[in-house]
Ligand binder design. Structure first.
Ligand SMILES: CC(C)(COP(=O)(O)OP(=O)(O)OC[C@H]1O[C@@H](n2cnc3c(N)ncnc32)[C@H](O)[C@@H]1OP(=O)(O)O)[C@@H](O)C(=O)NCCC(=O)NCCS
Length: 186
C-alpha cells in the first residue's frame, strides 16, 4: 500500500496504533527512511538490526493503513557494571505526519517497554532540543563506541529508567554492525 508523504495529514493521537514491528512491515520501513532521511542511507543498518540481531526493540506507528513512524532500540551492555542499557536509534516519522506527537509517543512507548524488560539506561545521539523534551539529558560519563567530535558532544544524551544513579563511567558494548565510525560522526 503506498503511503502519503507529500501533504501533511492530521491524525488524532488516539487513532495512532503503536506496536512491535513485524516482518511484513519491512517494505513500509524501506519507504519511510529515505523519505525522513533523504541524505542518509540507514536501511542497511536497519535491515541488519531487524533481521540479524536478537536484542532489538522495534516499534512502528500506524494510522489506518499508513505506517507513520518507526523507532529502534538496540539493547546492549556496558564495559563497567552489569546494568542492561539500550541505544535509541534511529527514529523516523513520515514527513506527512511530523509534528503531531508521533515521534514523542514512539519514544515514550519504547522507554516504557524497556523499563518493563529490565533495561536501566537508554542512550541517544540526537538533537538535545528534541530528546530533552522526552527527559533525556547530556551524558558525560558513559561514552559511545567511538569518540565524538566536539560539536556532537552535547548530542550524546541519556535517560534513566530506574531510581539507581546513572553509571559514572563506561562505554556501550554494541553489536558489530554499530562499529562503523561513520554512524558516530558528522
Ligand atoms: C525528528 C522527528 C523524529 C520528530 O518526530 P515528530 O513526530 O515530528 O515529533 P513530535 O511531534 O513528537 O515533536 C514535535 C516537536 O519537536 C520539535 N522537533 C521536531 N524535530 C526536531 C528536531 N530535529 N530538533 C528539535 N526539535 C524538533 C518540533 O519543533 C515540534 O515542536 P513544536 O510542535 O512545539 O514546534 C521527525 O521530525 C523525523 O523523523 N525527522 C527526520 C528524521 C530525523 O531527523 N530523525 C532524528 C532522530 S535520529
Amino acid at each position: 500500500m503506498s503511503e502519503p508523504m507529500e501533504h501533511r495529514i492530521e491524525v488524532a493521537m488516539q487513532d495512532i496504533e503503536i506496536r512491535e514491528s513485524r516482518a511484513g512491515d519491512l517494505p513500509s520501513i524501506d519507504r519511510l527512511y529515505p523519505a525522513a532521511f533523504p541524505d542518509e542511507d540507514l536501511l542497511p543498518l536497519i535491515r541488519h538490526l531487524l533481521t540479524q540481531e536478537p536484542g532489538i526493540l522495534s516499534l512502528t506507528a500506524h494510522a489506518g493503513d499508513a505506517m507513520t513512524g518507526h523507532i529502534l532500540f538496540t539493547i546492549c551492555a556496558m564495559t563497567d557494571g552489569d546494568a542492561k542499557a539500550a541505544l535509541l536509534a534511529p527514529l523516523a516519522v513520515a514527513p506527512a505526519f511530523q509534528r503531531q506527537g508521533i515521534g514523542t509517543a514512539l519514544i515514550r512507548d519504547g522507554l516504557k517497554r524497556l523499563g518493563q524488560s529490565g533495561v536501566a539506561h537508554v542512550y541517544v545521539l540526537g538533537d538535545p532540543a528534541y530528546y530533552g523534551r522526552s527527559g533525556f539529558s547530556p551524558e558525560t560519563g558513559v561514552t559511545p563506541p567511538y569518540p565524538l567530535a566536539p560539536e556532537w558532544r552535547e548530542a550524546w544524551q541519556s535517560f534513566g529508567l530506574t531510581s539507581a544513579p546513572m553509571p559514572a563511567e563506561g562505554k556501550l558494548v554494541l553489536p558489530q554492525v554499530w562499529m562503523q565510525p561513520a554512524l558516530w560522526g558528522p
